[in-house]
Design a protein around this ligand. Structure first.
Ligand code: OOG
Ligand code: MG
Length: 264
């Protein structure tokens, strides 16, 4: 029988993940060394990683949903949505050229980002709660970067790695939810002028606001609250695409406008 994981194991896993994120170095999947790592312990590791960021002077600016669309679940072979935290230094202003040498194997995905004007309930958060608490939505590109070798992971390992959070860029124009149909927003993801894929916001749990409600509930289980002023990424609408130095990517959203990012 294998022994249960201890607080010391959680702390050790968190410092391994934190160092890999900081240095942009690939590590073996945590479940190789810790076969007992499950979703519950994965979130304890993620929470410990979050605390290491805060201790190092980073500021939390939001949360994200992961694996909320079939396209993402299929691509990563993981069948359950996850949550992750976003910090000030993950937030990249539009127009910045992201240095890929600081990352392991970055990929881009297009998402609808919600900016909150009120906090969300930690338990039983509903779509109506999300609608009432949202100041506006913005088009976003998330740059994900699994720290695991070959971008391969299982559910518990990706949760421990903060759901592959790395960088994110939001567009300049905030749009009020009342003025759009948030479930039928079309999006075209373009790299170097070539269309990579298209999608619609309904791909995210039928309604990206439902993903935000789920994030509130999952973060709530870690004792955390989605607060006013925070940005919440609702999850990739399509599969994610690898990027290399020299690439330029735009996500062109119906009703929300365009968001761009480049890589060096
Ligand atoms: C996990 C993170 C997924 C999303 O939007 O689905 C994610 C991964 O695919 O590496 O951010
Ligand atoms: Mg994402």
């Amino acid at each position: 029988m294998s022994t249960p994981l201890t607080d010391a194991d959680v702390a050790k896993m968190a410092s391994t993940v934190y160092a890999a994120q900081r240095d942009g170095e690939a590590i073996p999947m945590l479940t190789h060394e810790y076969p007992n790592l499950d979703v519950e312990v994965g979130y304890r590791v993620q929470d410990a990683v979050r605390r290491l960021y805060l201790e190092d002077g980073h500021r939390q600016v939001g949360w994200k949903a992961g694996l909320t669309s079939k396209a993402k679940m299929r691509q990563m072979n993981v069948a359950e949505p996850t949550v992750g935290f976003l910090t000030d230094r993950m937030s990249v202003p539009e127009g910045t050229v992201i240095d890929t040498s600081a990352l392991v194997h970055p990929r881009v995905e297009c998402e609808v980002a919600f900016v909150l004007k009120a906090s969300l309930p930690k338990e039983g958060c509903t779509v109506d709660d999300v609608l009432a608490a949202t100041a506006y939505v913005v088009p976003a590109i998330e740059v994900i970067d699994s720290r695991y070798e070959n971008f391969k992971f299982d559910l518990a390992s990706v949760i421990a790695d903060n759901s592959s959070s790395s960088r994110f860029v939001v567009g300049a124009n905030g749009v009020r939810l009342e003025t759009i149909d948030r479930t039928t927003l079309g999006v075209a993801l373009v790299k170097n002028g070539e269309l990579l894929t298209t999608g619609a916001s309904a791909a995210v749990l039928g309604d990206p606001a439902a993903a935000v409600a789920l994030v509130a509930t999952l973060a709530g289980k870690m004792g955390q609250t989605l607060e006013a002023g925070m940005t919440v990424l609702s999850g990739g609408i399509t599969a994610a695409f690898a990027v290399s130095p020299g690439d330029h990517v735009s996500a062109r959203f119906q009703s929300l406008g365009v968001v761009d990012v480049s890589f060096r």
